[in-house]
Design a protein around this ligand. Sequence first.
Ligand SMILES: NC(=O)c1ccc[n+]([C@@H]2O[C@H](COP(=O)([O-])OP(=O)(O)OC[C@H]3O[C@@H](n4cnc5c(N)ncnc54)[C@H](O)[C@@H]3O)[C@@H](O)[C@H]2O)c1
Length: 261
Amino acid sequence: MLFGKTLLITGVSSGIGARTAEFAGQLGADVIGVDVREPSLASMAFIKGDLSSKSGVDEIVAQLPKRFDALCNVAGLSGATGAVGTLSVNFYGLRALSEAVAPRLREGGAIVNVASIAGYGWRANQNRALSMINVEGFPDVAEVVAGHAIQDSESYPVSKELLLLWTFRAAHLERFKSRGIRVNAVSPGPVETPILKQFRAVLGDSRVDSDISAVGRAGTPADIAPVILFLCSDGARWINGANIAADGGLEAAVNAQVLGF
Ligand SMILES: NC(=O)c1ccc[n+]([C@@H]2O[C@H](COP(=O)([O-])OP(=O)(O)OC[C@H]3O[C@@H](n4cnc5c(N)ncnc54)[C@H](O)[C@@H]3O)[C@@H](O)[C@H]2O)c1
């Protein structure tokens, strides 16, 4: 379903993005990878770039081809380096890249945002999240963080709450909808990648361990990559504005706990 398509994938130098790029290549797609660090996978075009600032995003966009089929927004930070950087990469940079590439995505193309079970609280925090996504363009993120009193320790879940809310909204934005570009999210539970160690520091061992024990094991990048790539494919042509949990059943367990059944 991906043979002959060209996919732009961010975060290709580690974890989920690396496996997604590798698997896409195995399925016959051409991959253009983006990351702030050099990748180990050689069989793809690579743009070294930084999604944490407007100028960084502009530099990446300037090097992209005129047409491609899908954008996989996988790059992300754990929150360990603070709220400004985390919200810049995980939401404002991701959104700026998605908006900038919309005219280059072919009609019927796709955007896939890697969110997280950590964004589960978007309903409870929707007023704050809406206010933060209503700030247009690539804002002064330090100002947004101060204006909404976001602590470093909560910046990761907040960034994923914004991403989920924006995914639902983006599916119906003219910029994407008028050209049949679908916008969806995948929400992994804990996955064995370098970022998991940082989550242990930011969210605490007990939160990570209880999430893992609720579903029997942590995920691997190979559990997530096929879901991202399915959403890029024409097989997902009737899926738009959806969030697919790829977490071994963790979201269902949290729902059961929250709703008391
Ligand atoms: N691993 C998990 O437990 C887990 C769970 C839920 C969601 N996620 C999400 O999955 C995505 C991928 O995470 P991962 O587990 O592969 O982590 P990872 O740390 O292995 O990979 C993240 C990649 O993003 C890149 N990156 C970071 N900042 C960047 C920037 N400014 N510009 C360009 N690239 C940048 C890094 O260099 C790295 O290659 C993230 O969005 C993360 O939030 C991960």
